[in-house]
Write a protein that binds this ligand. Sequence first.
Ligand SMILES: Nc1ncnc2c1ncn2[C@@H]1O[C@H](COP(=O)(O)OP(=O)(O)OP(=O)(O)O)[C@@H](O)[C@H]1O
Ligand SMILES: [Mg+2]
Length: 184
Amino acid sequence: MMTTQDTAPPCPHVAGPDDWEWRFTLGSPEDTATLAEHVGDLTDAGDVLALWGDLGVGKSAFARALIRAQTSAEEDVPSPTFTLVQIYEPTADAPIWHFDLYRLNGPEDIWELGFDDALEDAVSLIEWPERLGRQLPLRRLDVELVFAPEISPTARHIRLIGRGPDWARRVERLSLERGETSGD
Ligand SMILES: Nc1ncnc2c1ncn2[C@@H]1O[C@H](COP(=O)(O)OP(=O)(O)OP(=O)(O)O)[C@@H](O)[C@H]1O
Ligand SMILES: [Mg+2]
């Protein structure tokens, strides 16, 4: 269902036996960028990363850091607010399709943007994934950002939920490297 609300419904909770969840707290935009770079190193062609969270929480900041780490630090990464999608072509790795679906009229319209090509051979970063309803792929990494004003204005809670065993294995590497884990 398409709504014009400014507050995102929450990212779905762990639903299946193959789903794994990790939680971290990020103190600053730099922490968010570092985590995004690590996540970018885990991605492969065909992956879907759904970026959940309220307006201004840092979904684009996460996407921008991931894209710059895979392309170049100077890469211009405009928010695809009106174009709905921007495509990046890292030299070594799979293309990255950065979607901002806030203005998507209806879930089916995603296919007109060439989403089937992205699912085949690109990494899809999707802001406002709730706009896809049932078109949102089940096999994906959910990244949920939540303001943490009780800590500081620049703090965010982040949940990574790997949907399916393949993501569980990969995100496990990430938590081992960071020395934090909270697999459910
Ligand atoms: N820990 C943090 N992580 C990410 N961004 C942060 C953090 N602390 C402060 N910020 C700031 O919050 C803002 C996040 O803006 P951003 O455009 O990334 O949000 P968004 O979730 O993409 O919003 P929208 O829903 O409008 O697309 C930036 O100005 C960024 O500098
Ligand atoms: Mg954004």
